[in-house]
Design a protein around this ligand. Structure first.
Ligand code: ZN
Ligand code: ZN
Length: 379
């Protein structure tokens, strides 16, 4: 860690309970573990102030009055449908303030045709869904949408007090010896991401498909955004930082303390962390998304814009559930009346078995075809 005053190297000094600068003698007091304070917000404020607001595209903000989604459309032809819920969207402002401009992006590399092809391929297996879902009449026209994410990096100084466990021996002789220790550790935590969209973070299916590796990010450029839509973040940078600090960062800071003590385990840790040199990135992650409302619930099809992950949820057709049961009931009654109940039950069993086998065979064939296609595409 470097001195804020002169940039010199700072070393821990027991007497001053803090870091002391080698060159100018400036002291940075550390907090005691029991204070449990996590700081670093001021540093973030500076970073936020320095962030640009110029997206570099002439953008139109489009709003969905039905589900509340707010998106930037960086194109002229306004697709009339909300990718989240399928309602029509309306233009709410032109060249409006879109908040902090993104500085990282993963460009789309999967074309719409590929997504639709895979969607139709698997959709027909959803025999339990209403026909308009199974035939792809709904959810079959996805919008290219960028999902907002925040990533954070920071230097951390952790002051800790805990019981550290050291594993001794191996196999059945393995024992853990516990020692109470306190100390100070320094670490750098890099690129922890958190979703900036409540619609995505609150939906397990959407969130899973939007997840990304930070090494896939590249520098934002307006050209990459043009022609696409981007959801405007609903979790601001401050809230995101607070969440990530109390989540992933907290865990990594405690792990750093354990590593510093050379321990294998820890418990009852009390600690404070001071963050400095906080850096954040605002990243746009590409997905193909379509949505519709059906009987009061929203259903979505989502597919990654740069790899083959995708998923879809569909309602269960009550008709398709009830009709076979009624037929079965009537058939059973009739067969008893006519005096061949055994034959009827055998026939039903054979029919169900044939259906299951046919379904499995077609499913395996489809999977094989898709794998062959994926192999061909790989360079
Ligand atoms: Zn100094
Ligand atoms: Zn909507």
């Amino acid at each position: 860690m470097n001195c804020n005053n002169c940039g010199g190297t700072m070393r821990y000094d027991i007497e001053s309970y803090g870091l002391v600068c080698d060159s100018c003698g400036a002291v940075r007091k550390l907090r005691r573990p029991e204070e449990g304070v996590i700081v670093g917000e001021t540093d973030l404020t500076d970073a936020v102030r320095a962030a640009g607001k110029d997206w570099g595209v002439s953008s139109r903000i489009v709003e969905c009055n039905s589900c509340g989604a707010r998106m930037i459309y960086a194109n002229d032809q306004l697709s009339g449908m909300c990718p989240f819920c399928g309602s029509s969207v309306v233009l709410s402002a032109e060249d409006a303030d879109c908040g902090i401009a993104p500085n990282a992006i993963i460009p789309f590399s999967i074309p719409k045709d590929d997504v639709i092809k895979r969607f139709y391929r698997w959709n027909r297996f959803a025999f339990w869904a209403p026909e308009k879902f199974r035939k792809g009449k709904v959810l079959g026209n996805p919008t290219p949408l960028y999902v907002p994410f925040w990533t954070f990096s920071a230097d951390a100084v952790i002051t800790y007090s805990a019981r550290f466990g050291y594993e001794i021996g191996t196999g059945d002789d393995r024992k853990v010896s516990w020692k109470i220790k306190n100390g100070i550790a320094e670490t750098h935590i890099s690129d922890q991401s958190i979703c900036g969209s409540r619609k995505f973070s609150s939906d397990a299916m959407l969130n899973k498909v939007a997840a990304f590796k930070t090494e896939d990010l590249m520098e934002y450029s307006p050209d990459i955004l043009s022609g696409m839509a981007a959801e405007i973040y609903t979790v601001g940078v401050d809230e995101a930082w607070n969440n990530v600090m109390r989540g992933k960062f907290r865990k990594l800071a405690m792990d750093a303390a354990m590593k510093h003590e050379g321990a294998d385990l820890y418990k009852d840790m009390r600690f404070s962390v001071e963050y400095s040199n906080i850096k954040f990135r605002y990243a746009l992650i590409p997905v193909w998304l379509s949505g519709c409302r059906y009987k009061g619930k929203i259903y979505n099809m989502v597919s990654s814009g740069y790899d083959l992950r995708g998923n879809c949820n569909r309602p269960v057709s009550v008709l398709k559930l009830v009709v076979p049961l009624i037929l079965l009931f009537i058939g059973t009654l009739l067969s008893y009346r006519l005096g061949f109940p055994g034959l009827f039950i055998d026939a039903v069993i054979v029919l169900v078995a044939v259906a299951i086998i046919a379904y499995t065979v077609v499913f395996i064939k489809t999977l094989a075809a898709q794998n062959a296609e994926a192999r061909k595409k790989r360079p």
